[in-house]
Design a protein around this ligand. Sequence first.
Ligand SMILES: Nc1ncnc2c1ncn2[C@@H]1O[C@H](COP(=O)(O)OP(=O)(O)OP(=O)(O)O)[C@@H](O)[C@H]1O
Ligand SMILES: [Mg+2]
Length: 375
Amino acid sequence: MLSADTDAVVSFRNVTKRYGDVTAAAHLDLDVTAGEFLSFLGPSGCGKTTSLRMIAGFDQPSEGEVFLEGQRVNGVPAYRRPVNMVFQHYALFPHLNIEENVAYGLKQRAPKPPSKEIEMRVGEMLELVQLSGFNKRRIWEMSGGQQQRVALARALINKPKVLLLDEPLAALDRKLRREMQIELQNLQRNVGITFVLVTHDQEEALSMSDRVCIMREGKIVQIGSPLDLYDRPINRYVADFVGKSNFFDGAIDRIDTTAVNVKLDCGLMIKANTGPDLESFESGDPVCISVRPEQVILARKEEQLPADCGVKIKARVMNRIFLGEHTEYLLRDEKLGEFLVLSPRQNERSERPFDKDEVVLAAWSRDTALVLSSE
Ligand SMILES: Nc1ncnc2c1ncn2[C@@H]1O[C@H](COP(=O)(O)OP(=O)(O)OP(=O)(O)O)[C@@H](O)[C@H]1O
Ligand SMILES: [Mg+2]
Protein backbone atom coordinates (compact mmCIF):
# COMPACT_ATOMS: atom_id res chain seq x y z
CA MET A 1 0.00 0.00 0.00
CA LEU A 2 1.18 3.52 -0.79
CA SER A 3 1.61 5.65 2.26
CA ALA A 4 0.80 9.26 2.97
CA ASP A 5 3.02 12.09 4.08
CA THR A 6 2.42 12.08 7.83
CA ASP A 7 2.32 15.88 8.07
CA ALA A 8 -0.36 16.10 5.44
CA VAL A 9 -4.03 16.54 6.30
CA VAL A 10 -5.14 15.45 2.85
CA SER A 11 -3.14 13.21 0.54
CA PHE A 12 -3.89 11.81 -2.90
CA ARG A 13 -1.77 8.95 -4.18
CA ASN A 14 -2.20 8.25 -7.87
CA VAL A 15 -5.91 9.02 -7.66
CA THR A 16 -8.02 8.49 -10.77
CA LYS A 17 -11.77 8.97 -11.09
CA ARG A 18 -13.74 7.71 -14.05
CA TYR A 19 -17.42 8.18 -14.80
CA GLY A 20 -18.08 5.62 -17.53
CA ASP A 21 -15.89 6.71 -20.45
CA VAL A 22 -15.04 10.07 -18.91
CA THR A 23 -11.84 10.35 -16.90
CA ALA A 24 -12.64 13.28 -14.61
CA ALA A 25 -9.37 13.04 -12.63
CA ALA A 26 -6.21 11.21 -13.63
CA HIS A 27 -3.24 10.10 -11.51
CA LEU A 28 -3.45 12.88 -8.95
CA ASP A 29 -0.69 13.14 -6.35
CA LEU A 30 -1.14 15.81 -3.74
CA ASP A 31 -0.33 16.63 -0.11
CA VAL A 32 -2.17 19.41 1.66
CA THR A 33 -0.46 20.48 4.88
CA ALA A 34 -2.19 21.39 8.13
CA GLY A 35 -3.41 24.98 8.25
CA GLU A 36 -2.76 25.51 4.57
CA PHE A 37 -5.01 27.42 2.16
CA LEU A 38 -4.84 25.53 -1.11
CA SER A 39 -6.81 26.26 -4.28
CA PHE A 40 -7.63 24.13 -7.28
CA LEU A 41 -7.57 26.38 -10.33
CA GLY A 42 -8.51 25.43 -13.85
CA PRO A 43 -11.10 25.82 -16.60
CA SER A 44 -14.59 24.35 -16.53
CA GLY A 45 -14.65 20.55 -16.63
CA CYS A 46 -10.99 20.04 -15.64
CA GLY A 47 -11.86 17.96 -12.56
CA LYS A 48 -11.84 20.45 -9.69
CA THR A 49 -15.18 19.52 -8.16
CA THR A 50 -14.45 15.83 -8.66
CA SER A 51 -11.21 16.22 -6.68
CA LEU A 52 -13.01 18.03 -3.88
CA ARG A 53 -15.79 15.43 -3.75
CA MET A 54 -13.21 12.67 -3.33
CA ILE A 55 -11.74 14.51 -0.33
CA ALA A 56 -15.25 14.97 1.09
CA GLY A 57 -16.25 11.36 0.46
CA PHE A 58 -19.17 12.14 -1.88
CA ASP A 59 -17.23 10.30 -4.57
CA GLN A 60 -14.81 7.39 -4.28
CA PRO A 61 -11.73 7.08 -6.51
CA SER A 62 -11.73 4.47 -9.28
CA GLU A 63 -8.03 3.94 -8.60
CA GLY A 64 -5.47 5.18 -6.11
CA GLU A 65 -5.79 6.20 -2.50
CA VAL A 66 -7.06 9.12 -0.46
CA PHE A 67 -5.70 9.79 3.03
CA LEU A 68 -7.00 12.14 5.72
CA GLU A 69 -4.50 12.80 8.50
CA GLY A 70 -2.54 9.76 7.37
CA GLN A 71 -5.55 7.42 7.52
CA ARG A 72 -6.66 5.74 4.32
CA VAL A 73 -10.28 6.76 3.75
CA ASN A 74 -11.22 4.99 0.52
CA GLY A 75 -14.79 3.76 1.02
CA VAL A 76 -15.38 5.90 4.13
CA PRO A 77 -18.62 7.88 3.61
CA ALA A 78 -18.78 11.67 3.80
CA TYR A 79 -20.50 11.86 7.20
CA ARG A 80 -17.67 9.89 8.81
CA ARG A 81 -14.92 12.19 7.54
CA PRO A 82 -13.55 15.14 9.55
CA VAL A 83 -14.26 17.52 6.69
CA ASN A 84 -17.03 19.84 5.67
CA MET A 85 -17.99 21.25 2.29
CA VAL A 86 -19.49 24.56 1.24
CA PHE A 87 -21.18 24.23 -2.12
CA GLN A 88 -21.39 26.77 -4.88
CA HIS A 89 -25.11 27.05 -4.33
CA TYR A 90 -24.99 27.32 -0.57
CA ALA A 91 -27.90 25.10 0.25
CA LEU A 92 -29.23 26.81 3.36
CA PHE A 93 -32.49 25.53 4.77
CA PRO A 94 -35.13 28.14 3.87
CA HIS A 95 -37.56 26.98 6.58
CA LEU A 96 -34.97 27.47 9.33
CA ASN A 97 -33.79 30.83 10.62
CA ILE A 98 -30.12 31.82 10.78
CA GLU A 99 -29.28 30.29 14.16
CA GLU A 100 -31.13 27.07 13.34
CA ASN A 101 -29.20 26.81 10.08
CA VAL A 102 -25.88 27.32 11.85
CA ALA A 103 -26.77 24.91 14.67
CA TYR A 104 -27.89 22.19 12.27
CA GLY A 105 -24.61 20.24 12.16
CA LEU A 106 -24.27 20.22 15.94
CA LYS A 107 -27.83 19.03 16.50
CA GLN A 108 -27.24 16.07 14.18
CA ARG A 109 -24.50 14.80 16.44
CA ALA A 110 -25.02 11.78 18.60
CA PRO A 111 -25.05 12.43 21.49
CA LYS A 112 -26.49 15.87 20.88
CA PRO A 113 -24.64 18.55 22.87
CA PRO A 114 -26.65 20.37 25.61
CA SER A 115 -28.68 23.33 24.33
CA LYS A 116 -26.59 25.80 26.37
CA GLU A 117 -23.49 24.63 24.50
CA ILE A 118 -25.23 24.77 21.13
CA GLU A 119 -26.36 28.32 21.87
CA MET A 120 -22.85 29.33 22.87
CA ARG A 121 -21.21 27.77 19.80
CA VAL A 122 -23.77 29.34 17.44
CA GLY A 123 -23.04 32.71 19.07
CA GLU A 124 -19.31 32.21 18.56
CA MET A 125 -19.76 31.23 14.91
CA LEU A 126 -22.04 34.17 14.13
CA GLU A 127 -19.50 36.48 15.72
CA LEU A 128 -16.74 34.90 13.64
CA VAL A 129 -18.58 35.63 10.40
CA GLN A 130 -19.71 39.04 11.67
CA LEU A 131 -23.39 38.23 11.89
CA SER A 132 -23.96 38.58 15.65
CA GLY A 133 -27.52 39.55 16.36
CA PHE A 134 -28.89 38.06 13.15
CA ASN A 135 -29.97 34.87 14.97
CA LYS A 136 -33.70 35.06 14.30
CA ARG A 137 -33.58 36.41 10.75
CA ARG A 138 -34.94 34.33 7.89
CA ILE A 139 -32.71 33.30 4.99
CA TRP A 140 -34.60 35.40 2.43
CA GLU A 141 -34.04 38.49 4.58
CA MET A 142 -30.27 38.21 4.09
CA SER A 143 -28.11 39.51 1.22
CA GLY A 144 -26.10 37.11 -0.95
CA GLY A 145 -22.90 37.84 0.95
CA GLN A 146 -24.62 37.39 4.30
CA GLN A 147 -26.08 34.07 3.19
CA GLN A 148 -22.62 33.01 2.15
CA ARG A 149 -21.36 33.82 5.63
CA VAL A 150 -24.18 31.80 7.18
CA ALA A 151 -23.11 28.87 5.01
CA LEU A 152 -19.54 29.28 6.26
CA ALA A 153 -20.63 29.44 9.90
CA ARG A 154 -22.69 26.31 9.39
CA ALA A 155 -19.75 24.48 7.83
CA LEU A 156 -17.32 25.58 10.55
CA ILE A 157 -19.42 24.85 13.64
CA ASN A 158 -18.38 21.21 13.77
CA LYS A 159 -14.73 22.28 13.71
CA PRO A 160 -13.78 20.20 10.69
CA LYS A 161 -10.11 19.39 10.08
CA VAL A 162 -10.56 20.52 6.49
CA LEU A 163 -13.06 22.93 4.99
CA LEU A 164 -13.80 22.32 1.32
CA LEU A 165 -15.13 25.27 -0.64
CA ASP A 166 -16.48 24.78 -4.15
CA GLU A 167 -16.66 28.15 -5.92
CA PRO A 168 -18.16 29.63 -2.75
CA LEU A 169 -18.15 33.19 -4.06
CA ALA A 170 -19.30 32.57 -7.62
CA ALA A 171 -22.82 33.90 -7.01
CA LEU A 172 -21.63 37.22 -5.62
CA ASP A 173 -21.02 40.44 -7.52
CA ARG A 174 -17.47 41.67 -7.98
CA LYS A 175 -17.28 44.06 -5.05
CA LEU A 176 -18.85 41.67 -2.57
CA ARG A 177 -16.63 38.91 -3.88
CA ARG A 178 -13.52 40.95 -3.14
CA GLU A 179 -14.76 41.67 0.39
CA MET A 180 -15.58 38.02 0.99
CA GLN A 181 -12.16 36.95 -0.32
CA ILE A 182 -10.52 39.07 2.35
CA GLU A 183 -12.96 37.82 4.99
CA LEU A 184 -12.35 34.20 4.03
CA GLN A 185 -8.61 34.71 4.32
CA ASN A 186 -8.93 36.32 7.76
CA LEU A 187 -11.33 33.63 8.85
CA GLN A 188 -8.92 30.92 7.80
CA ARG A 189 -6.09 32.54 9.77
CA ASN A 190 -8.31 32.93 12.84
CA VAL A 191 -9.61 29.37 12.94
CA GLY A 192 -6.41 27.71 11.67
CA ILE A 193 -8.41 25.13 9.73
CA THR A 194 -7.07 23.78 6.42
CA PHE A 195 -9.01 25.27 3.50
CA VAL A 196 -9.24 23.69 0.07
CA LEU A 197 -10.95 25.99 -2.40
CA VAL A 198 -12.09 25.42 -5.95
CA THR A 199 -12.22 28.32 -8.37
CA HIS A 200 -11.75 29.15 -12.02
CA ASP A 201 -10.93 32.76 -11.14
CA GLN A 202 -7.16 33.19 -11.16
CA GLU A 203 -7.23 36.44 -9.23
CA GLU A 204 -9.19 34.74 -6.48
CA ALA A 205 -6.82 31.78 -6.31
CA LEU A 206 -3.67 33.90 -6.37
CA SER A 207 -4.81 36.47 -3.84
CA MET A 208 -6.05 34.04 -1.20
CA SER A 209 -3.99 30.87 -1.36
CA ASP A 210 -0.73 29.68 0.13
CA ARG A 211 -0.45 27.28 -2.78
CA VAL A 212 -2.35 26.86 -6.01
CA CYS A 213 -2.84 23.58 -7.83
CA ILE A 214 -3.29 24.21 -11.56
CA MET A 215 -5.42 21.57 -13.30
CA ARG A 216 -6.01 20.69 -16.92
CA GLU A 217 -8.14 17.90 -18.34
CA GLY A 218 -8.21 15.91 -15.11
CA LYS A 219 -4.49 16.26 -14.40
CA ILE A 220 -2.45 18.42 -12.06
CA VAL A 221 -0.13 20.54 -14.19
CA GLN A 222 1.75 22.38 -11.45
CA ILE A 223 1.44 23.06 -7.72
CA GLY A 224 3.18 26.02 -6.16
CA SER A 225 2.91 29.30 -4.33
CA PRO A 226 1.35 32.11 -6.37
CA LEU A 227 4.82 33.63 -6.76
CA ASP A 228 6.37 30.34 -7.93
CA LEU A 229 3.70 29.85 -10.52
CA TYR A 230 4.05 33.40 -11.74
CA ASP A 231 7.85 33.41 -11.92
CA ARG A 232 8.50 29.78 -12.77
CA PRO A 233 5.58 28.35 -14.74
CA ILE A 234 6.47 24.94 -16.13
CA ASN A 235 4.74 25.51 -19.45
CA ARG A 236 2.74 27.94 -21.51
CA TYR A 237 -0.56 26.74 -20.05
CA VAL A 238 0.46 27.77 -16.51
CA ALA A 239 2.05 31.04 -17.62
CA ASP A 240 -1.15 31.88 -19.46
CA PHE A 241 -3.40 30.96 -16.55
CA VAL A 242 -1.44 32.87 -13.94
CA GLY A 243 -1.26 36.56 -14.77
CA LYS A 244 -0.84 38.18 -18.16
CA SER A 245 1.99 37.31 -20.51
CA ASN A 246 3.18 37.83 -24.07
CA PHE A 247 3.90 34.62 -25.95
CA PHE A 248 6.04 34.29 -29.05
CA ASP A 249 6.23 30.93 -30.80
CA GLY A 250 9.40 29.50 -32.24
CA ALA A 251 11.92 26.69 -31.99
CA ILE A 252 15.21 26.17 -30.18
CA ASP A 253 18.03 27.12 -32.49
CA ARG A 254 21.09 26.53 -30.35
CA ILE A 255 21.84 26.06 -26.65
CA ASP A 256 25.27 27.02 -25.35
CA THR A 257 26.61 27.37 -21.83
CA THR A 258 25.24 30.82 -21.10
CA ALA A 259 22.31 31.33 -23.40
CA VAL A 260 19.68 29.67 -25.46
CA ASN A 261 18.92 31.05 -28.87
CA VAL A 262 15.35 30.75 -30.02
CA LYS A 263 14.35 31.36 -33.59
CA LEU A 264 10.84 32.74 -33.61
CA ASP A 265 8.39 31.79 -36.34
CA CYS A 266 8.48 35.43 -37.45
CA GLY A 267 12.21 35.11 -38.14
CA LEU A 268 13.52 37.07 -35.13
CA MET A 269 16.30 35.48 -33.10
CA ILE A 270 15.87 35.81 -29.33
CA LYS A 271 18.35 35.10 -26.57
CA ALA A 272 17.31 33.83 -23.15
CA ASN A 273 19.44 32.72 -20.23
CA THR A 274 19.77 28.99 -19.81
CA GLY A 275 17.81 27.84 -16.78
CA PRO A 276 17.79 24.41 -15.15
CA ASP A 277 14.64 23.42 -17.06
CA LEU A 278 16.34 23.92 -20.39
CA GLU A 279 18.23 20.66 -20.09
CA SER A 280 15.13 18.93 -21.33
CA PHE A 281 15.20 20.87 -24.62
CA GLU A 282 17.12 20.13 -27.81
CA SER A 283 17.76 22.08 -30.97
CA GLY A 284 14.67 22.12 -33.14
CA ASP A 285 12.17 21.66 -30.27
CA PRO A 286 9.08 23.86 -30.61
CA VAL A 287 8.96 26.33 -27.72
CA CYS A 288 7.45 29.64 -26.86
CA ILE A 289 9.03 32.65 -25.26
CA SER A 290 7.00 34.14 -22.43
CA VAL A 291 7.61 37.73 -21.40
CA ARG A 292 5.49 39.40 -18.73
CA PRO A 293 4.21 42.87 -19.69
CA GLU A 294 6.00 44.51 -16.77
CA GLN A 295 9.34 43.12 -17.94
CA VAL A 296 9.36 44.94 -21.23
CA ILE A 297 11.31 48.17 -21.02
CA LEU A 298 10.37 51.07 -23.24
CA ALA A 299 12.70 53.91 -24.08
CA ARG A 300 13.31 56.69 -26.54
CA LYS A 301 17.09 56.39 -26.42
CA GLU A 302 19.25 53.33 -26.93
CA GLU A 303 21.38 54.03 -23.81
CA GLN A 304 18.32 53.72 -21.56
CA LEU A 305 18.02 50.02 -22.38
CA PRO A 306 19.69 47.27 -20.35
CA ALA A 307 23.02 45.90 -21.55
CA ASP A 308 21.96 42.24 -21.67
CA CYS A 309 18.92 42.53 -23.90
CA GLY A 310 17.26 39.35 -25.14
CA VAL A 311 15.67 41.42 -27.82
CA LYS A 312 15.72 45.03 -28.92
CA ILE A 313 13.14 46.26 -31.37
CA LYS A 314 11.36 49.34 -32.58
CA ALA A 315 7.63 49.17 -32.10
CA ARG A 316 4.68 51.45 -32.56
CA VAL A 317 2.36 52.42 -29.70
CA MET A 318 -1.10 51.27 -30.76
CA ASN A 319 -2.91 52.07 -27.54
CA ARG A 320 -2.27 53.53 -24.13
CA ILE A 321 -4.28 53.08 -20.96
CA PHE A 322 -3.51 54.89 -17.71
CA LEU A 323 -3.95 52.60 -14.73
CA GLY A 324 -2.85 54.90 -11.92
CA GLU A 325 0.59 53.69 -10.88
CA HIS A 326 1.09 51.94 -14.21
CA THR A 327 0.46 52.65 -17.82
CA GLU A 328 -0.47 49.79 -20.11
CA TYR A 329 0.72 50.06 -23.69
CA LEU A 330 -0.25 47.89 -26.60
CA LEU A 331 2.66 47.85 -29.03
CA ARG A 332 3.07 46.49 -32.51
CA ASP A 333 6.18 45.34 -34.24
CA GLU A 334 6.07 44.21 -37.85
CA LYS A 335 7.63 40.85 -37.04
CA LEU A 336 6.58 40.15 -33.44
CA GLY A 337 3.03 41.37 -33.86
CA GLU A 338 1.18 42.93 -30.93
CA PHE A 339 2.37 42.74 -27.36
CA LEU A 340 1.51 44.31 -24.02
CA VAL A 341 3.77 46.44 -21.84
CA LEU A 342 3.08 47.55 -18.30
CA SER A 343 5.22 50.54 -17.47
CA PRO A 344 5.52 51.99 -13.94
CA ARG A 345 4.59 55.67 -13.81
CA GLN A 346 7.74 56.31 -11.80
CA ASN A 347 9.87 55.63 -14.86
CA GLU A 348 7.85 58.07 -16.87
CA ARG A 349 8.02 61.00 -14.47
CA SER A 350 11.34 62.25 -15.75
CA GLU A 351 10.04 62.09 -19.28
CA ARG A 352 6.60 62.39 -20.77
CA PRO A 353 4.68 59.15 -21.36
CA PHE A 354 4.85 57.57 -24.78
CA ASP A 355 2.23 58.74 -27.21
CA LYS A 356 -0.13 56.77 -29.35
CA ASP A 357 1.49 56.16 -32.76
CA GLU A 358 4.94 56.99 -31.42
CA VAL A 359 7.67 54.56 -32.47
CA VAL A 360 9.64 53.52 -29.38
CA LEU A 361 12.44 51.16 -28.47
CA ALA A 362 11.27 48.04 -26.66
CA ALA A 363 13.54 45.52 -24.98
CA TRP A 364 13.68 42.99 -22.23
CA SER A 365 16.66 41.63 -20.41
CA ARG A 366 17.73 38.08 -21.22
CA ASP A 367 16.91 36.56 -17.86
CA THR A 368 13.30 37.73 -17.83
CA ALA A 369 12.35 35.83 -20.98
CA LEU A 370 11.18 32.31 -20.16
CA VAL A 371 11.60 29.54 -22.66
CA LEU A 372 8.62 27.22 -22.22
CA SER A 373 7.34 24.11 -23.89
CA SER A 374 4.47 25.24 -26.06
CA GLU A 375 1.89 22.73 -24.70
N1 LIG B 1 -21.48 12.32 -12.14
C1 LIG B 1 -20.84 12.43 -13.31
N2 LIG B 1 -21.10 11.61 -14.33
C2 LIG B 1 -20.43 11.72 -15.52
N3 LIG B 1 -19.49 12.63 -15.76
C3 LIG B 1 -19.19 13.49 -14.79
C4 LIG B 1 -19.85 13.44 -13.50
N4 LIG B 1 -19.33 14.43 -12.74
C5 LIG B 1 -18.41 15.06 -13.49
N5 LIG B 1 -18.32 14.50 -14.72
C6 LIG B 1 -17.40 14.90 -15.81
O1 LIG B 1 -16.08 14.93 -15.29
C7 LIG B 1 -15.35 16.06 -15.77
C8 LIG B 1 -14.88 16.90 -14.59
O2 LIG B 1 -16.00 17.46 -13.93
P1 LIG B 1 -15.88 18.42 -12.68
O3 LIG B 1 -17.25 18.65 -12.18
O4 LIG B 1 -14.90 17.87 -11.72
O5 LIG B 1 -15.29 19.73 -13.37
P2 LIG B 1 -14.94 21.15 -12.73
O6 LIG B 1 -13.49 21.39 -12.93
O7 LIG B 1 -15.46 21.24 -11.35
O8 LIG B 1 -15.74 22.15 -13.71
P3 LIG B 1 -16.59 23.50 -13.39
O9 LIG B 1 -15.58 24.61 -13.26
O10 LIG B 1 -17.43 23.66 -14.62
O11 LIG B 1 -17.41 23.27 -12.16
C9 LIG B 1 -16.29 16.78 -16.71
O12 LIG B 1 -15.99 16.38 -18.02
C10 LIG B 1 -17.67 16.31 -16.29
O13 LIG B 1 -18.57 16.34 -17.36
MG1 LIG C 1 -17.05 22.35 -10.48
